[in-house]
Write a protein that binds this ligand. Sequence first.
Ligand code: R5P
Length: 329
Amino acid sequence: MDEIVLLSGTACVPLMNRMARQLDVEPGDFLIGRFSDGEIRVQIKKNIRGRDVYVIQSTGAPAENLMELLLLTDAAKRASAARVTAVIPYFGYARQDRKAEPRVPISAKLVANFIEAAGADRVLTVDLHADQIQGFFDVPVDNLYATPIFKPYIDQLISEGQWMVVAPDVGSSKRAYRFAEILGNLPIALVDKRRVRPNEIESVRVIGDVEGMNCLMVDDIIDSGGSLRKASGALMEMGAKRIFAAATHGVFSGNAKETLSESPLEGIWVTNTLPPQDDRLPSNARVLDISPLLSEAVRRIHENRSVSELFIGKETWKTLGLWQNLEKE
Ligand code: R5P
């Protein structure tokens, strides 16, 4: 297989450019335009026969993002790429991932079918909403965790005082265990969150003793910000001291900016799996760069080396000699 080619949908162009620099390759030569009726038109402008192609695109709303990924993948496949990997920093349409209620779609499965039908030979993604979504694909899926990106900032934060990790809902409990272990077996608490409808929470109840503790909440997505706002309020009422949050995907829809800026959260870390929109960013939020992690995974996939070595965190990254690269970026 010849050298790496990077292509990108419009949601991930800055990420592709960073990855191209880190991988020491030119960004791919392609266009994404529109027909006059608004339909998307795609063309790869240079020969990619026999190449190892990576199509980078997050697939959250609008649905055009997903469409761009499918069209670029199809174009690469028909242009005789040796292998096409769909790099999906934020895998959208993941929250309907099972028939939790009558007459609902399993959107995550349908999207997986689309991506495979377009010709993706493998998938690289970050912090899937549910790990099981990997099984919706019949091609290999590497699901990275953003933990190594957050870890240096969290390490600095928790070097003083007593800290615990809090899952803002049951769905994030596995994630909370993973963080707690990596951060040195911190204690854990869980928020029991009940929803009336999507993005609207009826009640929250803290399970665990948080009195006098500093709390780090960990989640995959921040969308309306309602979950973190309610959970941080409940933690404060139960006597928590300081509250921070780390969430991989910062969607920040609707009033998230106000909701979170006015919450008891002192700090929120997200990554740039979605294009950071400064005007939607809460005042207490900070965006960390995920590209070194994605680039290293692409390098390893290209060279048929282990990707799971990237799952752990600072210590592993140090052993692998990657930590310096990350800090330089
Ligand atoms: C839910 O299952 C997810 O893990 C997130 O907690 C949720 O998507 C966050 O949404 P919002 O910010 O709208 O509460």
